[in-house]
Structures are given as C-alpha cells and as structure tokens.
Design a binder for this molecule. Structure first.
Ligand code: ADP
Ligand code: MG
Ligand code: MG
Length: 250
C-alpha cells in the first residue's frame, strides 16, 4: 500500500532523511521508534505533504501512485491522512465544522454528496462516545486550549470519522496519561481493517501493550536501521538504541 524507497529529504538545507526505505502493506500496523531528532516527524510530514521539506532523491508511492506528485489536498482525498493535519490552534474554527468539512471533501472525492446533517450528528455522537470525549469538545475551536491528551483524542476522533486508508500518527503517546492512552489505543485498534494501514510514531513500549504492531522499525539518523516484530519494541525499552546503532554500523 505504502512504499518509500531511498528517500532523501532536506529541511532548510539540512540533510535529514538519508536513504529511508519502508513498505507498509494493507491491513498492517507499523510502529516507528527511534531517538529524538532521528527524522520520524519529518517522515510523517513528507508523506502527508507538509510544506518546507525538499525531497532530493527517492520515491513514495501509495496504492501504486506517485505521492510526491500530489498536492496535499489530493493526498488527503486519496485517503492518506496525517493525524492532526492542523496541529496548530485554529482560532474561531469549531472542531465540528472542521470535521464536517473534511468528511465532505473526502465524500466528494468518492463521488458521494454532502453528508446529511442527521447522519453526520449520529456518526459524530457515536465516535465521541467511543473516544470518551465530552460533546462540548465539538463546539470548541480546533485545539484551542486542548491539553496534550485532548489533542490526541481529537486526532483519533478525526481518524474515526474520516476512515483514512493510511493513518499516520506522529507521537501518538505524547501527553497521554494511562487512561487516555487506553482510549487512544482502543481508537487505533478499532481502525484496524484489511484495507487500511496504520503508521504510528511512538516513544514508549507501554502503548504497544495495548496496540500490538505487526512491524516495529527503528529510525536512526535518517534511515530505518532495524525492523522486527513487537518483541523488538520490548528490547528497545530495555536496552535503548545504542546497540542498534552499533549493530547497524558493524
Ligand atoms: P524526530 O521526530 O525523530 O524527533 P524530526 O523529524 O522532528 O525528528 O527532526 C529531525 C531533524 O531535523 C532534527 O535534527 C531537527 O532539528 C531537524 N529539523 C526538523 N524540522 C526542521 C526545520 N523546520 N528546520 C530546521 N531543522 C529541522
Ligand atoms: Mg522530535
Ligand atoms: Mg518527532
């Protein structure tokens, strides 16, 4: 479904991704781990099409199509969604309007009409209940005054409403207490489907106690230097990253 080949990316003249290879098949959940500054956020941003990143070499394909040729809106319409496409606060734009607009844009791309208001309300009520969120969230401006945990819940809510083909979740566990982590994990698990792939950046093994990834990758200095199953995350938790670096240098 997603294929990244020999990807090199520079940001403001700085070489950050240095020949990254990654293949994610439909139906799978992949976790990316790695030290700070390795390029994890850069990878998610480049896949989603954020501005300011220059791809100097390599390719990204999604369902066989060249992603780098697509505008950011087109990527979203094709079902490639970065959790919190709008990480910043959007003053005055209510969460519910953003969700509805995003859903309608996706439906339009699929040849469907606008979602009827009662149907949308039913959908949204079901999803906020699942995420154990208060309905007042919907009336608040996007991310305005949201805590870290609230932002993450909201990000998963967006995924549940939009049902992307590829869900990219950066720093999925940052700012989450134990209860919120469980809710976020339940949300991600409910997104699992044969025709969907999930790529998440996580820092802690404890999240992976709730979401068992099919593949765990270690990203160090702009490259994936090791991949394995869920056991690899446990090993990283116990031993850190240095041994992976030494192993890959050998
Ligand atoms: P990670 O998510 O793995 O912690 P990032 O992808 O955020 O790493 O960053 C990788 C490297 O790129 C870091 O050294 C960071 O300082 C640098 N970097 C990221 N974004 C920018 C930017 N906009 N301008 C300059 N350097 C950046
Ligand atoms: Mg970082
Ligand atoms: Mg990051």
């Amino acid at each position: 479904m997603l294929e990244v080949k020999d990807l090199h990316v520079t940001v403001e003249g700085k070489h950050i991704l240095k020949g990254l290879n990654l293949t994610v098949a439909a139906g799978q959940v992949h976790a990316i781990m790695g030290p700070n500054g390795a390029g994890k956020s850069t990878l998610s941003a480049v896949i989603a099409g954020k501005e300011g990143y220059e791809v100097t070499q390599g390719s990204i394909t999604f369902d066989g199509q060249d992603v780098l040729e697509m505008e950011i809106e087109e990527r979203a319409r094709k079902g490639l969604l970065l959790g919190f496409q709008y990480p910043v606060e959007i003053p005055g734009v209510k969460n519910i309007y953003l969700l509805k607009a995003a859903l309608n844009a996706k439906r339009e791309a699929e040849g469907l009409g606008e979602i009827p208001a009662p149907e949308f309300m039913k959908l949204i009520k079901e999803k906020i209940a699942f995420m154990k969120m208060d309905a007042s969230f919907l009336q608040r401006a996007v991310n305005e005054g949201f805590s870290g945990g609230e932002k993450k819940r909201n990000e998963i809510l967006q995924m549940l409403v939009l049902q992307p083909k590829l869900a990219l979740l950066d720093e999925i566990d940052s700012g989450l207490d134990i209860d919120a982590m469980k809710v976020v994990a339940d949300g991600v698990n409910s997104l699992r489907a044969a025709d969907r792939a999930i790529l998440m950046v996580t820092h802690y093994q404890r999240l992976l106690d709730h979401i068992t990834p099919d593949v765990v990758h270690v990203l160090v200095d702009g490259r994936i230097v090791k991949s394995g199953d869920a056991e690899l995350a446990k090993e990283l938790e116990a031993r850190g990253y240095d041994w992976v670096l030494e192993e890959s240098a050998a």
